[in-house]
Design a protein around this ligand. Structure first.
Ligand code: FES
Length: 342
């Protein structure tokens, strides 16, 4: 077993390095020295840990091809949770230094204060942090997520935060109930206000590119709306009025949620346009676009393709469909940012 040196350069030019043996993946090796690189599933399924290998030999473990295409692999893109070095590696990371956490995994405890079904198969979960030596404040970048642990087990699931950082320790999540999902079963059968959970994070590098002032299109599939709500709420708090078009897609209209919050945000952010997309609506439904967000994107880009940043969050199929439309309509691939979940 050989030890190799991994050098990571972040988008804003910071460098960090650590050792990694050839039987260990890069994300786990970093974690052993208390460097938490952005990652979610740790299993090659979400794309949160993507990077570009500029030099050195490596082997990639199995991963989902919808997350990283063969063309991307041929260009040197890697999923760091599936990258096993065979030599010293130099990796360029597509996120800033601020998205990397240092020190022990940050575990805190929080009480359930609100649990509500807000649409077919979707719940809103609010937690209140219990005060500890870190105080009550909760700091995170809009777009990041936290891992929630089912009480009495070591089973954790990562969910995007829908609110913004705050001094009073409130965390808000929008969670899709998955058939036979372990955390979904917990929410359905055991969770109730007053219960205490362990929470880990924040983590993840999805979020608005701070160095771009281009107009943006946000595409949210189902609970993929959560990180966009966080970003828009932060923009409203800070009075940032950049042109944003949000396309929020679901399969049927009874799966829509947070429409009142979106209306309120439109009042606070005059440059925000919201299009609700329902793939298979009832005949009488007339509150938005009838079709998928990818179809709506095609329509909205056909007369103004240039200069957009595109942000995608939702199921892998929706993301690849929207991505294909965007590229075929001339959006620069480098300006497409995405986070997938199953
Ligand atoms: S954390 Fe590597 S693909 Fe999900």
């Amino acid at each position: 077993m050989s030890e190799h040196q991994i050098k990571v350069t972040t988008r804003d030019g910071h460098e960090l390095s650590f050792g990694c043996s050839d039987d260990c993946d890069v994300v786990s090796a970093a974690e052993q020295v208390e460097i938490k690189l952005p990652s979610l599933c740790r299993d090659g399924g979400c794309g949160a840990c993507v990077g570009h290998c500029d030099s050195g030999q490596y082997v990639l473990g199995q991963f989902n091809n919808t997350v990283l295409s063969n063309e991307a692999v041929a260009k040197g893109e890697v999923l760091l949770c599936r990258t096993y070095p065979k030599q010293d590696l130099h990796i360029s990371a597509p996120y800033d230094y601020a998205h990397i956490r240092f020190g022990k995994q940050n575990m805190r405890q929080a009480t359930i204060i609100h649990l509500e079904k807000i649409a077919e198969r979707t719940v809103r979960l609010k937690l209140q942090l219990i005060e500890d030596e870190a105080g009550l404040a909760v700091e995170f970048e809009p777009g990041q997520c936290m891992e929630l642990e089912i009480p009495g087990t070591d089973i954790r699931r990562a969910y995007s935060l829908a609110n913004t950082g705050n001094w009073h320790g409130e965390l808000e999540f929008l969670i899709r109930l998955q058939p036979e999902g372990k955390f979904s079963d917990y929410l359905n059968q055991q969770a109730q206000p007053g219960q205490i959970l362990n929470v880990y994070g924040p983590n993840g590098a999805f979020g608005l590119q701070a160095d771009s002032f281009s107009p943006a299109i946000f595409i949210a599939g189902g609970t993929g709306l959560a990180p966009f709500l966080s970003i828009l709420r932060r923009m409203a708090e800070w009075g940032e009025d950049r042109a944003i078009h949000l396309l929020f897609g679901v399969n049927q209209e009874n799966e829509l949620f947070c429409t009142e919050e979106l209306e309120k945000l439109q009042q606070q952010l005059p440059s925000l346009t919201v299009t609700l997309c329902v793939w298979k609506p009832a005949e009488a439904w007339s509150n938005g676009f009838r079709g998928t967000p990818a179809d709506a994107l095609q329509q909205s880009l056909s007369d103004k393709p240039d200069g957009y940043d595109l942000y995608l969050c939702g199921p892998p199929l929706m993301i690849s469909a929207a991505r294909q439309v965007a590229i075929s309509q001339g959006i620069d691939e480098q300006k497409i940012y995405s986070e997938k979940f199953g």
